[in-house]
Design a protein around this ligand. Structure first.
Ligand code: DON
Length: 584
């Protein structure tokens, strides 16, 4: 550990407590084994699942098992991530997908790192004004709940690119497990049963969706067998044709037909021209640890490095985990990073963010000086605001026997995306275009943003908050982390990292610990239910924070590598009901 400079007390004041709702997720019993080996650096590893060779942690135990089997069959972490990703598209349809997109961060055993960007792209017919109605007024329905909200999917192209460059097993071996799960079916786990039942009302607008995800309109109960024959057919085309099995031919025709049916603008030509991209990872350091994360079009890597750089100048350990001082300082770092996110970040092919400055220690030092130790800084509504962003994405982490690490977050945007299944193809479409700003110049107090870097344009990738990340130290892999949760993602990952490094928690404790979120605007500090004691909330209010208490924040399925034994410690987040850490 390096710098531990400031240790300050923060005065107490009292203000009334406000209550509201944070994103609610599922709650479940942690899957933990009692004891695991201890690391010399990030210490006491309590809980989690320990394995000597390889580990996969995802939101679906069935999908983690598919990934683990690929590792055990001699596949590397990329292979296992691809197999897990395809399997999640079958067993975790709220966010697992082939109709969405995401990001993969890769660290090789020798320390080299790279990333695969498979974020959705805007169709060629996209325009800055596409989310306005005939009167020119912004329409949230067009933006988030219509076929105009569908971006050109990236997942299959991303997995194909990762496999082509870094995979070891055959493509067929990676798609087969998902194909079998869709064709033969699986017993519905409890989390999926509850989730599907909740999603059915939204799916009613789309007959292909109710056909795929219900028994003639009735929800599947936990334990019932669930087959997806159309999805199995699509997966066979992907298995046999690679990326062309999705972006050309029958699947592309079915997608284009669904677009015409629903009034969307994506065409077969948009699908054919989609490209996944390999990009240099964002890199930072924090108290001697290396942080490897995703560059734009995700804001996650830039924001987490900016926040860590700011926080490196405070003694967070002395402040105490989730103490008023700690929550205040971390919140003020969040506030500043989210302002920069809105000001500067978007698809790098369309706008130039000052990356060197945003990632520099000197810029962070300047920002740190603006933080009062006992007063919340006001946020200015005119500069940026909240917009619709849902909390349904999924993150999974993989480490193989050689030490290769893969961190993947991918999404349909909302839970079940648009809720529209492509007729005859059996998979859900994303509503990721909702991550573009709604309308140029429309930044208002209700929370809409109209800043230029993230306005819809043909072929542009919408700004994301997904933060798949990897932590290393002295050339050795330490942890693989990430989370879903819209903008809360960045702050969830930040807190998991702080829990590991500043508070030396075990991976499982770091994942389980209560979390909080601030995103500049709305000027609200959101805290997980039962996350902070009333006295802490009262002190934060006295500092000027508007605190709202709500449901769950993120599901951070992570892996820690014990420095002494080399064991992989998988920590499934208990906030996700069906999650599983499976190793060998
Ligand atoms: O890319 C993004 O940042 C959002 N579309 C992610 C949405 C999300 O995390 C919803 N999940 N839980």
């Amino acid at each position: 550990m390096s710098t531990r400079p400031l240790r300050r007390a923060i005065p107490l004041f009292v203000r009334a407590l406000s209550a509201a709702v944070l994103a609610v997720g599922a709650c479940a019993t942690p899957k933990a084994t009692p004891t695991v080996p201890v690391s010399s650096e990030v210490v006491p590893a309590k809980g989690g699942v320990s394995a000597a060779h390889g580990m996969v942690v995802s939101a679906s135990t069935i999908a983690s098992t598919a990934g683990r089997d690929v590792l055990a069959a001699g596949g590397n972490a990329i292979d296992a991530a691809i197999a897990t990703g395809f399997a999640l598209a079958v067993t975790y349809p709220t966010a697992g997908n082939i109709g969405g997109g995401g990001f993969m961060v890769i660290r090789m055993p020798d320390g080299r790192a790279t990333t695969i960007d498979f974020r959705e792209m805007a169709p060629q017919a996209a325009t800055p004004e596409m989310f306005t109605d005939s009167t020119g007024a912004y329409s949230a329905t067009r933006h988030h709940r219509s076929h105009l909200a569908v971006g050109v999917p990236g997942t299959v192209a991303g997995f194909a690119l990762a496999h082509e460059k870094y995979g070891k097993l055959s493509w067929k071996q990676l798609v087969d497990p998902a194909t079998r799960l869709a064709a033969d079916g699986f017993d519905v786990p409890t989390g999926l049963a509850a989730s599907l039942a909740g999603a059915l009302p939204r799916m009613n607008a789309y007959p292909a969706s109710t056909a795929a995800y219900s028994k003639n309109g009735a929800p599947y109960a936990a334990g019932e067998h669930f087959r997806q024959p159309d999805l199995a057919q699509t997966l066979r085309r992907i298995r046999d044709g690679g990326r062309d099995g999705f972006y050309r031919g029958e699947t592309a025709r079915l997608i284009a037909a669904e677009m015409r049916r629903g009034g969307g603008v994506m065409t077969e030509s948009d699908l054919a021209r989609y490209k996944a991209k390999e990009r240099a990872a964002v890199r930072g350091t924090y108290r001697g640890y290396d942080v490897i994360s995703m560059p734009p079009p995700s804001s996650g890597g830039v924001a987490i490095v900016e926040m860590l750089n700011i926080l490196e100048g405070f003694d967070l350990t002395a402040a105490g985990h989730n103490s008023p001082q700690y929550v205040h300082l971390v919140t003020e770092a969040m506030r500043r990073a989210f302002l920069d996110r809105a000001r500067f970040l978007g698809d790098p092919a369309f706008s130039n963010a000052p990356m060197d400055r945003l990632l520099s220690k000197s810029y962070a030092a300047t920002l740190r000086k603006t933080i009062s130790l006992d007063r919340a800084m006001p946020s200015a509504p005119a500069q940026i605001a909240d917009d619709h962003e849902s909390l349904e994405t999924t993150h999974f982490s993989v480490v193989d026997a050689s030490g290769m690490a893969v961190s993947v977050t991918y999404t349909l945007e909302a839970g079940y995306g648009l809720a529209a299944v492509v007729g005859g193809a059996g998979f859900l479409l994303n509503n990721q275009m909702g991550d573009f700003n709604g309308k140029p110049g429309l930044t208002d107090s209700t929370g809409l943003i109209g800043t230029a870097p993230n306005i819809a344009q043909p072929g542009k990738r919408m700004l994301s908050s997904m933060t798949p990340s990897i932590i290393a130290r002295d050339g050795k892999l330490v942890a693989v982390v990430g989370s879903p949760g819209g903008r809360t993602i960045i702050n969830t990952v930040l807190q998991v990292v702080l829990n590991l490094i500043d508070f030396r928690m075990s991976m499982q404790d770091a994942v389980n610990a209560p979390r909080f979120h601030h995103q500049w605007l709305p000027n609200v500090l959101m805290v997980e239910r039962s996350g902070l004691p009333p006295a802490t909330i009262a002190r934060l209010q006295a500092m000027g924070h508007e605190v709202r208490v709500g449901g769950q924040q993120g599901t951070a399925h992570s892996i820690f590598v014990d420095a002494k034994s080399g064991h992989r410690i998988g920590a499934a987040d208990p906030r996700d009901k069906d999650a599983g850490a499976i190793g060998y």
